[in-house]
Write a protein that binds this ligand. Structure first.
Ligand code: NAI
Length: 696
């Protein structure tokens, strides 16, 4: 089957890329384009060429699996682009749907571009850890100027065909009859005789020569540990400083090195992992999901208010219930403040804010939620309260309503059993702040039906979340794995490190914040109170964190009290290491009979990350997570795991399973039962397999 079709229309050669679903540049597509162009060149009856995509889009990008792994001797995108640009007959790109990555690069190598007004054009390569690598960084600035090119390439965000016409990326935007109009335009350009403009011959417009350094500064925070954004800037800079041929050689060189980097491998992995999460056993394409027209949230606290916003943002009217008017007033005020801040940043219109606010109705009668199709409970984290709440909801809600719990740790099977509709009860574990964080763990109880699970995943997606299915266990995928991370951070401080040492190593690794700064932000008192109040069997296997308790006893709850593991100046969130905390830490070490020692960065990193990997292997082995990739998506979107490391399981593959296993065994010997090696890790180390292979 040919991936590229060629036909003639009114004396114009029409090259149609036909590689569904998105006409990606698979092996064979560049060759097909080159053959079609050759046929057009050789045909005296053809005066011009139009390149278009068949089906619903132009060319949506490269075949990401093939990036950096193209078969030897097979023509590639760069070859097709050269032939296209060298064509003596004018070539017009006719763009509808998406022209992304290599698709846009090919279009820019054509002499002219015609686009539908609603098409999307962009260079999203940075998201998979590479700069555009087929001339995109050289041609885009020649068309739209250096500043706009940098903005597009660094954000990876596409612009519309109409916008593209405005900035000079396309010659004209049309509403309909794209291919016919492109053919007519091509014939007209051919008749005009030429010469036909080549993008490579244009000058790059640079309004501000300082823009490159300014950009490097601007992305510093966002690009922490990543090389790709800097590589993009370097390439565009080359477009400005060098003649075209040298500039493009520089781009190729930078791309070819970057595409083989661990960073690019990690981001490619996450790209595919995010697409895999929707593949869930029991949920096929034919599954019928329920219509969700009205939502309800029980408990208008920190989480409940954010979850109500999620419903409103998804266009679903929602009732927000709490026990007292005061709680509801506080919640509605917080929600308004939140939307208003988005409006002030220009990311939401005033009208949209009103619309969303109108969708949220605070209610004081539980009976008011009787009409809801989807109810999410977010009351205090206490089993007895949850059981009682679910029994009452079961009695009030309509029979087909789905009832979900936002519990962080509790057994959702038990909660489901408190109702007479266990097949319609499951967990929806949002992350704080619930309206911002993309992760949603959907906890699949033993009795929940596939239909209800699929409906819940759909609701999560409508809310703009990344819903990952988790089995039932203490803490589900993410929080269960987090325990070892926090525990070891606390131990390291008792043994000789300081909070700022541990935090520095983890931010250098790529986390936006270290564990102690995060604890200060979240508030140390929450864990302390729950340890104090529920000093019960369930908590015994968890480390209690002596230093954290000591700080709380002194009223140091973190940022909100101006001191915790760090101190904070009034109105500032910047953590400042504190001599008093250091003294307290030394006191605790002495009390525990620990002789403090120097701990190097490598130990800090492995002590914090390897328990995450080890627990992840258990989570996987027990079937709590469906795939190692799902765990990586959880850690990326819920815990700030650095994207360029690909998530804890991908990182483990990168380091080597056998070497991690050896270290876990070593720590097990030295530190005891916390470090019980996961049987799966042992097996994988012995067999020499990887998590990626296990997922495949
Ligand atoms: P919160 O203390 O901010 O809010 C709880 C709200 O529930 C309060 O407004 C309270 O008045 C209300 N409430 C208590 N009993 C009620 C009842 N019988 N009926 C109706 N409302 C009642 O707590 P938060 O932080 O929002 O947590 C709620 C749930 O979400 C807990 O299960 C928690 O484990 C979970 N969660 C919390 C996260 C966080 O970071 N805070 C993250 C993920 C889950």
């Amino acid at each position: 089957m040919s991936l590229v079709k060629y036909e003639k229309r009114d004396g114009v050669g029409l090259v149609l890329v036909d590689n569904p679903p998105v006409n990606a540049f698979s092996v064979g597509v560049p060759r097909g384009i080159m053959e079609s162009l050759a046929a057009a060149a050789a045909d005296p009856d053809v005066s011009a060429v139009v390149v278009a995509g068949s089906g619903r889009t132009f060319i949506a990008g490269a075949d990401i699996k093939r990036l950096g792994a193209w078969p030897e001797g097979e023509p590639n995108l760069r070859d097709a682009i050269e032939v296209c640009e060298a064509s003596e007959k004018p070539v017009v790109a006719a763009i509808h749907g998406h022209a992304l990555g290599g698709g846009l690069e090919l279009a820019m190598a054509c002499h002219y571009r015609v686009s539908t007004a609603d098409a999307r054009l962009g260079q999203p390569e940075v998201k998979i850890g590479v700069p555009p690598g087929a001339g995109g960084t050289q041609r885009l600035p020649r068309l739209v100027g250096a500043a706009k090119a940098l903005e597009m390439i660094l954000s990876g965000a596409p612009i519309s065909g109409a916008q593209a016409a405005g900035v000079g990326l396309v010659d004209r935007a049309v509403e309909r009859d794209l291919v016919d109009k492109a053919v007519a335009f091509a014939a007209e350009r051919a008749a005009s005789g030429g010469p036909h403009p080549r993008v490579r011959d244009r000058e790059v417009r640079v309004d501000d020569p300082g823009i490159f350094d300014a950009m490097r500064k601007q992305i510093e925070r966002r690009a922490r540990g990543m090389r790709a954004p800097y590589a993009c800037i370097e390439c565009v800079e080359a477009a400005v400083q060098l003649p075209f041929d040298e500039g493009i050689a520089r781009e190729y060189e930078i791309f070819d090195a970057q595409v083989r980097s661990p960073e690019a491998a990690a981001l490619r992995h996450l790209f595919f992992a995010e697409r895999q999460i929707a593949r869930v056993p029991g949920i096929g394409k034919d599954i019928v999901t329920r219509d969700i027209r009205e939502g309800a949230v029980i408990g208008a606290g920190t989480m409940g208010s954010g979850i109500a916003m999620n419903f409103a943002n998804a266009g679903i009217p929602v009732k927000l219930f709490d026990l007292g008017g005061e709680q509801l007033d506080r919640a509605m005020a917080a929600i308004e403040r939140n939307y208003a801040s988005t409006v002030s940043k220009g990311r939401l219109s005033e009208a949209a804010m009103r619309e969303r606010l109108e969708r949220i109705t605070p209610v004081l009668e539980l009976e008011a939620v009787a009409s809801a199709d989807f109810v999410i409970e977010a009351v205090f984290e206490e089993m007895a309260l949850k059981l009682d709440t679910f029994a009452r909801l079961d009695a009030i809600c309509k029979p087909e309503a789905i009832i979900a719990s936002n519990t962080s740790y509790l057994d959702v099977n038990r909660i489901a059993a408190a109702t007479g509709r266990a097949s319609q009860v499951l967990g929806t574990h949002f992350f704080s702040p619930a309206n911002v964080m993309r992760l949603l763990e959907v906890v699949r109880t033993d009795s929940v039906s596939d239909e209800v699970l699929a409906t819940t995943l759909g609701v999560g997606r409508r809310m703009g979340k990344v819903p990952v299915v988790s089995g039932v266990c203490h803490g589900f995928i993410g929080n269960r794995m987090l325990e070892g991370y926090l525990r070891e951070a606390a131990f390291l401080v008792e043994e000789g490190a300081l909070p700022q040492d541990v935090d520095r190593v983890l931010t250098d690794f790529g986390f936006p914040m270290g564990p102690f700064a995060v604890s200060d932000l979240a508030g140390l008192d929450i864990g302390w109170r729950s340890r104090r109040d529920h000093h019960a069997a369930e908590d015994e296997r968890r480390y209690s964190g002596t230093i954290g308790d000591r700080l709380c006893e002194r009223g140091c709850f973190g940022q909100k009290t101006g001191s915790g593991y760090y101190r904070y100046e009034a109105g500032s969130r910047a953590p400042i290491p504190s001599p008093e905390v250091e003294a307290l830490i030394k006191e605790v070490s002495a009390e525990l009979g620990i002789e403090r020692r120097a701990i190097d960065d490598e130990e800090i990193l492995s002590r914090c990350i390897y328990p995450v990997v080890n627990e992840g292997a258990k989570v996987l082995d027990e079937g709590i997570a469906l795939r190692a990739g799902d765990i990586d998506i959880v850690w990326l979107n819920g815990y700030g795991f650095p994207a360029h490391r690909g998530g804890p399981m991908h990182y483990a593959d990168h380091v080597g399973i056998a070497s991690i296993y050896r270290r876990v065994c070593d720590y097990h010997e030295r530190h005891g039962a916390w470090w019980q090696p996961a049987p799966l890790l042992e097996r994988m180390a012995r067999e020499g397999t990887t998590f990626a292979e296990r997922d495949a």
